[in-house]
Structures are given as structure tokens and as C-alpha cells.
Design a protein around this ligand. Structure first.
Ligand code: SF4
Length: 173
């Protein structure tokens, strides 16, 4: 039976050469609020996602914080499509869902403040998340300039907004 000394711990591996030269990060990556459907969450009104590789790649530079204002506002998934018209949000059948959209926007702003986010990347043309344009309320796919309910609230709170199309073309708009 061997009686020699117990083997010591294995020597630590040398760090990769480039790790020694990598710039030290001053702190945690900045928070970036992102429409959850862009990160692959199946939360849109059809129960589907709208994943964007360009948006997911921002995870290399940011701490991605997914948020779906419509589900945060209490709406189910799937749910009837809704569009903005005259400051209200209604389904094609005429159900007014403005209150749920407003609750979701308040929750999204609270989340942005809680994580210290100053930027958001939001799903284009959504009545919640649209950053530059939204459908016009006629359910005919016609667009008008303007913001969704949550996008407007986040902009009001001081966040800089982009949509997935801005990110894909490398635009800071
Ligand atoms: Fe995506 Fe925003 Fe619609 Fe949620 S509310 S499904 S995050 S576009």
C-alpha cells in the first residue's frame, strides 16, 4: 500500500496570451432594455417570436434586459392584434386594451430605472414597442409616424430608442 505524500493541487493553467492584454472592464456592462420577442421569447400576439441575430449580438457589449410590456400589462399570449388610434389601443373587434398597455409601459419604465438602462432596442411598428412608426389603427398594415405606448414612455423617461432595423443596419437613430 503506497504511503507517499498526497498529490498537491494541479498547477493553474496559464491564462491565454490575449487575456493578459485585454483591457480591463471598468464595471458591469451597461444595461440595455430589449423587446423580449427580439431575443426569441414567443410573446407576441400570435404566440411567436421575432428573433434578431443583430440584436442578440449586442449581448457582447451590453447586459440585455428582456421586457414584453403587453404581457407585463396582464395580456395573455396569444391575444388579439391591437393597434393605436387617437391615443387609445383597440383590437379589430373594438375591445379597448389601453389600460393594459399603459400598465405594461409603467412596468417597463420601472424596470429600466431599476437596472439603470439609458438605451432600449424595441420591436419595430408594435403598438407598444414601435420606436419610429406604428400601424394606423385601420388594421390595413398602413403605417404612421409615431411611437408605441411603451416606446413613448421610455423616451419620456430619457431613454434613447432604436429598433431592430436600426441595429441591423448599424444605425444609431
Ligand atoms: Fe414584442 Fe413588445 Fe409586442 Fe411584447 S409588446 S411581443 S416585446 S413587440
Amino acid at each position: 500500500m503506497p504511503t507517499g505524500p498526497e498529490p498537491g493541487p494541479a498547477p493553474l493553467a496559464n491564462p491565454p496570451a490575449d487575456a493578459a492584454n485585454a483591457p480591463a472592464r471598468a464595471g458591469p456592462a451597461p444595461a440595455l432594455l430589449v423587446s423580449a420577442c427580439l431575443l426569441g421569447v414567443r410573446c407576441n400576439h400570435r404566440g411567436e417570436a421575432s428573433p434578431s441575430e443583430a440584436v442578440a449580438a449586442l449581448g457582447e457589449r451590453y447586459r440585455l434586459i428582456p421586457v414584453c410590456p403587453e404581457t407585463l400589462g396582464g395580456l395573455p399570449t396569444p391575444r388579439p392584434a391591437a393597434e393605436l388610434r387617437g391615443g387609445a389601443v383597440c383590437t379589430a373587434a373594438g375591445e379597448d386594451v389601453t389600460a393594459a398597455f399603459a400598465r405594461g409601459s409603467e412596468a417597463a419604465v420601472a424596470l429600466a430605472k431599476a437596472v439603470g438602462a439609458t438605451e432600449a432596442v424595441l420591436k419595430a411598428r408594435s403598438p407598444s414597442c414601435g420606436a419610429h412608426a406604428v400601424y394606423d389603427g385601420t388594421f390595413s398594415r398602413a403605417l404612421v409616424e409615431g411611437r408605441g405606448i411603451t416606446a413613448a414612455a421610455l423616451a419620456e423617461a430619457g431613454l434613447t430608442l432604436r429598433d431592430e432595423e436600426d441595429v441591423a443596419r448599424g444605425s444609431g437613430r
